[in-house]
Write a protein that binds this ligand. Structure first.
Ligand code: MFK
Length: 543
């Protein structure tokens, strides 16, 4: 009998995750952690079951039936099994509700995002509508249309599958994905006071959503971003028929294939104003702040899955007389990917903590400024890193990693969406400049100094110097180029990457010091050394 390599086994995504466990032990109060633990365990169990199902079944995709046999236009969507399970999982474990639960105080967002991290890789991208639902709930919380808020919000935050509803977010049109100001959809108010939307939305993720926020230009408003207003659409009429919406087709995508993303036309679609008759982009910005963080956590969850499978395989796969994990070069590469992942984890969790502090009123202005500055940085760097780690995973598995039915190529195809969704990397880099314009670099520099100070004496002075050096260089570069918008924009990606990695390293240093002191664990300090050695500063002077 020829040798047959056993398939990799998925370790427990909660119990066996050192990085998550140590972070929770450091930050989440013991009582809160104990209260949430059964949900963490249940989500990890679900992830393992979903993985077992994925590796033993034929992949399925949503199907759109546009016409019934008699010739009626029906636009019916059949969802996949994982998607049909989504509402029950999401509501039961509070994947949206936790983030808005005032009783959780400043920890609402970290508890929620720990769950998102555990669920995403098992969700077949049901996490996408949950992200949008969370963002829309965040925007609606401060909407001046109180009747709309009171009617819709309880459904988005429901913990009961019978009343739980999801929301979409319709921004992208043919004229622009990043440049939303060119949107062509119009809004007209009828004699009865009802708003009607007409136009075409080109990428509507999760078209099965019951609600959506849509940008449209009220007739008579000026061209450009400011002339757009934000509307809420209930996608179905009371009888279940579409509310003036036709589904032209489902998108044929590289990844996220269980997610029904549609091109649609709006024909006198009934809609309600969320607030003002203009400034819709400003009104939808809170959605972006939240969904961008979901992207970072989706990417982290994918990386955790990639690394867990790679680790298991490396222990079981023999090459040249010993397991891969004992081959010095393979072990060195794996440790490098793990170090990048760990630093990324600390950055994303810090942003979640800051968001929770700001929303619960326990944070101050510094927290708000830092949350605004770090959100695009986390999205920018962590989503790009996810593609790299997924690509390394394909390579680590060799030929098998290139085969569809190993499930590994799926990880790479799916990871590629994160840098694109909710504003591509360049949009994030430019958004970082927008945030700097309002908040300056000082909150970030001060925070990094504070985190490194906490770690002083525990992590190596050499590592601390590398972090300081990168952040100081970013600060100086910013001052030197402040007057030239062209230079600033051209360097924004390099500046953003440098700041993201510098901040992540400082956060990892703070954690490493704690782990040494309280858990006698040097793993994070070792990860920091590698992370810093990979280099933090990617700013180069333009020639
Ligand atoms: C598991 C993960 C799941 C994730 C699922 C998500 C699936 C969703 C799929 C999608 O990708 S939906 C499409 C998402 N599209 C985008 O993200 C659009 C990308 N483009 C941008 O982000 C542009 O920067 C933006 C359209 C927001 C603004 O461009 P403009 O036209 O140059 O606007 P401008 O004048 O700079 O900003 C308008 C206002 O918004 C300003 O406020 P004021 O009116 O008060 O001056 C800005 O300050 C404010 N603003 C813009 N970005 C902001 C912001 N405020 C806060 N935070 C931001 N990030």
């Amino acid at each position: 009998m020829n040798f047959v390599q056993p398939a990799p086994q998925l370790a427990d995504p909660y119990r066996d995750d050192r990085v998550l466990q140590a972070w929770l032990a450091r930050v989440l109060p013991e009582a809160r952690r104990r209260a949430a633990e059964s949900d963490f365990i249940a989500l990890a169990d679900y992830a393992r079951r979903a993985y077992a199902r994925q590796t033993t079944s034929t992949p399925s995709e949503p199907a759109l039936t546009r016409w019934d046999v008699w010739g009626h236009r029906v636009d019916r969507i059949e969802l996949t099994e994982t998607w049909r399970e989504g509402p029950a999982i999401a509501s039961k474990y509070g994947l949206v509700a936790d983030g808005h639960d005032r009783s959780l105080g400043e920890f609402a967002r970290v508890q929620q995002f720990a769950k998102v991290y555990l669920y995403h890789a098992a969700s077949a991208f049901y996490s996408c509508p949950l992200a949008m639902t969370d963002g829309v709930a965040t925007a609606l919380r401060s909407a001046s249309n109180t009747a709309l808020r009171e009617r819709v919000l309880p459904h988005l935050l429901s913990r009961d599958p019978a009343t739980f509803r999801i929301s979409g977010q319709w921004m992208t049109e043919n004229a622009g994905g990043s440049d939303v100001g060119g949107s062509e959809t119009t809004a007209r108010r009828g004699a009865d006071g009802t708003w009607r939307l007409n136009g075409r939305k080109w990428f509507t993720s999760a078209i099965n959503a019951e609600v959506a926020l849509a940008l449209a230009r009220p007739e008579g408003n000026p061209a450009g971003t400011d002339g757009l207003a934000l509307f809420c659409v209930e996608t179905r009429n009371a009888d279940g028929a579409w509310n003036g919406i036709t589904l032209d087709r489902l998108k044929d995508k590289l990844g996220t294939r269980e997610l029904p993303t549609a091109e649609i036309h709006l024909h006198d679609t009934r809609a309600e104003l969320v607030g003002d008759t203009a400034h819709g982009v400003r009104a939808i910005a809170p959605v972006l702040q939240v969904t961008r963080l979901w992207n970072a956590f989706g990417s982290l969850s994918t990386m955790a899955r990639c690394l867990a499978l790679t680790r298991d395989y490396a222990h079981g796969r023999m090459a040249f007389g010993k397991p891969l994990v004992e081959q010095p070069l393979f072990a060195d590469s794996l440790a490098g990917w793990e170090a990048e992942f760990e630093a990324a984890f600390h950055l994303a969790m810090e942003v979640a903590l800051l968001l929770g502090r700001v929303e619960s009123g326990t944070g101050d202005e510094r927290d708000a400024a830092l949350q605004r500055l770090l959100t695009p940085l986390a999205k920018l760097w962590i989503c790009k890193l996810g593609v790299r780690i997924a690509s390394e995973t394909v390579e680590a598995f060799g030929g098998i990693g290139y085969l569809e039915d190993s499930g590994i190529p799926l990880l790479l195809r799916d990871a590629q969406v994160f840098p694109i969704w909710e504003g591509a990397s360049n949009v994030q880099a430019l958004d970082f400049l927008r945030a700097l314009e309002k908040n300056g670099m000082e909150p970030l520099v001060d925070a990094v100094d504070g985190w490194l100070e906490t770690a002083d004496g525990t992590v190596s002075g050499h590592d601390a110097e590398i972090v300081h050096g990168a952040i100081r260089h970013a600060d100086t570069w910013l001052r030197d180029h402040a007057r030239d918008v062209g230079d600033l924009q051209a360097g924004a990606l390099r500046l953003g990457m440098t700041c993201a990695r510098g901040v992540a390293a400082a956060l990892l240093a703070r954690h490493a010091a704690w782990a040494r002191l309280h858990q006698n664990d040097s793993a994070s300090a070792n990860a920091l050394r590698r992370f810093c050695a990979h280099g933090l500063d990617s700013i180069i002077e333009a020639v």
